[in-house]
Design a protein around this ligand. Structure first.
Ligand code: SF4
Length: 166
């Protein structure tokens, strides 16, 4: 009997999946607003400069199948040498100041910087916290700001699509 009930729950969840779209519907491609000619492909090196991990959860969703940033040409890569730009979250802590500068120095030129979340945009709620050295804007001027605490995956994908032009 228990097994039957579990199957019914599973079956209803499966039917729910079929009723809803499995990914966000594509809308008209946004205008490309980048000074780097990306040709529809945006490779990003991600750096957490001192976030609470809330933004990372939403970035994970943005790149997972439902919001599916890769279908619009955006991908996360393992090395700044392979990237068109930097995706950065969080305030800049004393410990991450050096690694963030090193990553920026390792990017090709020209490259892009995307500041994701209120902490990366202007320090957010951690601006004056212990261990915080400053904000991303103290080191480099971001090309794209994605406000929100944390930003919705849809807003992250929208901002990345504006860069990739897809
Ligand atoms: S913007 Fe909000 S969710 Fe993102 S790192 Fe800052 S406090 Fe965390």
């Amino acid at each position: 009997m228990k097994k039957f009930a579990a199957n019914r729950v599973g079956g209803s969840a499966f039917r729910g999946l079929l009723r809803r779209p499995l990914s966000e519907g594509a809308v008209a491609p946004p205008a490309q607003t980048t000074r780097v000619n990306l040709r529809g492909s945006l490779q990003l090196r991600f750096v957490d400069a001192g976030s609470c991990n809330g933004c990372e959860v939403e970035i994970t969703s943005a790149f997972a199948p439902h919001y599916d940033a890769p279908q619009y040409g955006a991908r996360l890569v393992a090395s700044p040498r392979h990237a068109d730009g930097l995706l950065v979250t969080g305030v800049v802590t004393h410990n991450m100041d050096g690694p963030l500068r090193q990553t920026l120095a390792a990017l090709p030129h020209p490259s892009l910087v995307v500041a994701c979340g209120d902490c990366a945009v202007d320090g957010g709620i951690f601006r004056d916290a212990v261990g915080v050295k400053g904000v991303v804007g103290d080191i480099v001027t971001p090309d794209v700001l994605i406000p929100g605490c944390p930003p919705h995956p849809r807003d992250i994908v929208r901002a990345l699509r504006r860069l990739s032009g897809r």
